[in-house]
Design a protein around this ligand. Structure first.
Ligand code: CP
Length: 333
């Protein structure tokens, strides 16, 4: 007979997940403990039908591999259904308002998740407006400010590697060169906001043009003060990597140039040497791990030797996206 999972707590039922900063430490711990449990159950064939016949609407303003598929597979494994909505082929493209989306989709289902990440100043505001009118939980699948589903999976991966007490560990969040497209700012911003809560030494490295938004920087400083960690900004990848336990080099765009990709790429092309190769990895601790939210620009952000090498954790990190997405849906919907 197939084993069934025990019911979950109702403590977080109905809550929106818009920024990690909106949730208390013990609430994040509860989500991660649930993700651990769901991961074990997934691997041992225990059924986890916590959301039978429930629907989550997945609204995408941008492309996705991990986020879309982790939510769709995840909701299926929870007994529900993920309904994909492409902003370009829905009435959003004709100007349908976030208020209408929030009210109407609330009438059809049990949760709304949104990715709206490529225009600084828009995504988080759009989600908050949907959430204001929706009477089901709204989940941020990546906006201009934060990518809380990614950084939650990153925190899970880091704890799997280093344990629960992360105090004193150095994480290097560094800019890296990528020619493929102007990547959002929300992953580095999400990382500095979340990791600074755990007493870590968070070192942010980037060329002058790649300053992060003011509010995530302010929150990272405030969190650092509260947690007793360190938050430092440097202007070389080398300095960021020196003595690091975790390195997370990835590309993002200059805040003012998201509307002009050609100009953004011209700025980036000056910094082709910002690549994570084996020489760069050698500056970090011997046991350091390499992380990336993916997709990575191989040969530009990182060499194959590093991303496919023994220090890379990109695949467990990507897998944890599904376990954490399931935990968020199962606890809030
Ligand atoms: N890391 C991440 O969010 O991947 P996708 O863009 O493929 O969803």
């Amino acid at each position: 007979m197939t084993q069934q999972a025990l019911p979950l707590t109702d403590r977080l039922r109905g809550r929106d997940w818009l920024m990690t900063q909106d949730w208390a430490d013990d609430e994040i711990d509860l989500v991660l403990a649930t993700a651990d449990q769901l991961k074990t159950q997934f691997k041992t064939g225990v059924q986890t039908l916590h959301l039978p016949h429930k629907t989550i609407f997945l609204i995408f303003f941008d492309n996705s591999t991990r986020t879309r598929n982790s939510f769709e597979a995840g909701i299926t494994q929870l007994g529900g259904h993920g309904h994909f909505i492409d902003s370009k082929t829905s009435q959003i493209a004709h100007g349908e308002s976030p208020k209408d989306m929030g009210i109407i989709l609330s009438g059809y289902g049990h949760g709304i998740a949104i990715r709206h990440d490529t225009v600084p100043g828009e995504g988080q505001t759009y989600m908050r407006e949907v959430a204001k009118w929706a009477d089901v939980p709204v989940i941020n699948m990546q906006c201009d400010v934060d990518h809380p589903c990614q950084t939650l999976a990153d925190l899970m991966t880091i704890r799997e590697e280093f344990g629960q007490d992360l105090r004193g560990l150095k994480i290097a969040v560094s800019w890296a060169y990528a020619p493929s497209y102007v990547k959002p700012m929300s992953v580095p911003q999400g990382l500095i906001m979340l990791m600074s809560r755990y007493g870590m030494d968070v070192t942010l490295g980037h060329p002058a043009e790649y300053a992060l938004m003011d509010e995530p920087m302010r929150l990272a400083r405030e969190n650092t003060e509260r947690s007793g960690g360190r938050f430092t900004v440097v202007d070389t990848m080398e300095e960021a990597f020196d003595g690091a336990d975790i390195v997370y080099p990835k590309s993002w765009g200059p805040e003012a140039l998201y509307g002009d990709p050609e100009a953004a790429m011209k700025v980036a092309s000056q910094y082709r040497h910002w690549i994570c190769d084996e020489a760069m990895m050698a500056r970090a601790k011997q046991r350091a791990i390499y992380m990336h939210c993916l997709p990575a620009d191989r040969g530009s952000e990182v060499t194959d030797a590093v991303i496919d090498g023994p220090q890379s954790r990109v695949y467990p990190e990507a897998e944890n996206r599904m376990h954490t997405a399931k935990a968020l849906m199962a606890l809030t919907m």
